[in-house]
Design a binder for this molecule. Structure first.
Ligand code: NAD
Length: 352
């Protein structure tokens, strides 16, 4: 065995009620003037954080949206500057974490992430920004949150229609790493345990949204899957999702959830051992079909038509996805990607 592994400087506080540790954790790091970030829908979570940290809160910016548009970042940057803040606190899903990361990237503001979905972004050094219909992503350790508070109690009200796809979005980060051309054994260990935790808990999360044990397992799984992506790689699957999200404004988690089974099928012949390990972690015999079945169990959005794509969009999507080279276990061809989109458009069972 030969491998290299570099951990990211993660700092994680995990547990039911962990949010209450925020003021003391800020004080211990000398962080005294925060801009709290949220989406408009989660303003109440932003207000709760502001109440909790009291005078450490300089203001709230509640305009985080999907895919981190540059105009939103500029507006938050201007507010952060006018309030003279020394950090941001993102409470919400990947959109809000993403805004905190963008401010870390552009204004050097340390970010504290309090995730309330299973996006996993808080464990990665990957940033994303959308400008003029194109999403750009990159890696920079300065966008990694200073610390992350995972409190499963904050996820109890996450609706089933967001929880299911969000959990499979997390799983995608692990699946692509466990099925990389040369999987890293440490990253695979994180990835496979993350997949196990999510596969075991997601159906319960969707059925019984207030089951704290299932919520805890799902959030733990998301943490591990995010770590796998943070220390690992992205590949064709992410390219496809970013193409649809950036150019057709499809919902991020739903796009991941719908495409994952097809992405796994696309690569399965190139990486049979990794694919089999993913199947075992899912508790099924075939990974691509196991993911497809899980999707149908936890989400009502199961094909690209459900995300508003038209059949006439698929050629353009395949062109954009393949216009520059993409590192992936199986060879990436324009025809192969076009066929994958065709399958996902109709929601056919993946061909392995
Ligand atoms: P999101 O953050 O947009 O959240 C979806 C909706 O759920 C929002 O309206 C939000 O306010 C609401 N919500 C979140 N938590 C809630 C809760 N506990 N209760 C009630 N409502 C709640 O969606 P997402 O899927 O979490 O994140 C998607 C974004 O994250 C995309 O922009 C994507 O690119 C990014 N992302 C980045 C990475 C990375 O490593 N950089 C990884 C994953 C996702």
């Amino acid at each position: 065995m030969e491998f290299e592994f570099a951990a990211l400087p993660w700092q994680i506080i995990f547990g039911a009620g962990a949010l209450n540790r925020l003021p003391a954790e800020m004080d211990s790091r000398g962080l005294a003037r925060a801009l709290v970030l949220s989406t408009p829908e989660q303003r109440h979570h932003g207000d709760a954080v502001a109440d909790l940290i009291g005078e450490r809160c300089a203001g709230i910016f509640d305009q985080a949206v999907m895919h981190v548009p540059i105009a939103t970042v500029s507006a938050a940057q201007a507010l952060a500057k006018s309030l003279n803040v020394d950090c941001t606190v993102s409470i919400g899903g990947g959109s809000t974490t993403g805004l905190g990361k963008a401010l870390a990237l552009k204004s050097d503001l340390p970010n504290i992430a309090i995730p309330t979905t299973y996006a996993g972004s808080e464990m990665t050094n990957v940033w994303g920004l959308t400008e003029e219909g194109r999403k750009t992503t990159g890696r920079d350790n300065k966008v990694l949150p200073t610390f992350v508070i995972y409190d499963p109690e904050l996820t109890l009200d996450l609706p089933a229609f967001i929880s299911g796809p969000s959990g499979i979005n997390a799983m995608a980060q692990a699946v692509i790493n466990a099925t990389a051309a040369s999987p890293n054994p440490i990253i695979s260990a994180l990835a496979l345990d993350g997949i196990r935790a999510l596969a075991a808990s997601l159906p319960t999360v969707v059925r019984e949204s207030h089951d704290i044990e299932a919520r805890t397992q799902a959030l733990y799984g998301a943490c591990l899957c995010g770590a796998a992506l943070g220390a690992g790689i992205t590949s064709l699957h992410h390219r496809l999702c970013h193409t649809l999200g950036g150019s057709f404004n499809t919902s991020h988690a739903d796009t991941h959830a719908i495409l994952l089974g097809y992405s796994v099928a696309y690569n399965s012949a190139a990486v049979p051992v990794g694919t089999q390990r993913v199947a075992e972690a899912l508790g099924v015999t075939d990974a691509a079909n196991g993911i497809y079945d899980l999707l149908h169990q936890v989400s009502e959005k199961t094909n690209l038509q459900h995300l508003g794509l038209a059949a006439t969009d698929l050629d353009k999507a395949a062109d954009i996805a393949t216009e520059t080279p993409c590192s992936n276990a199986a060879e990436v061809t324009r025809d192969g990607v076009r066929e994958l989109f065709e399958q996902a458009y109709h929601g056919h069972r993946p061909h392995v």
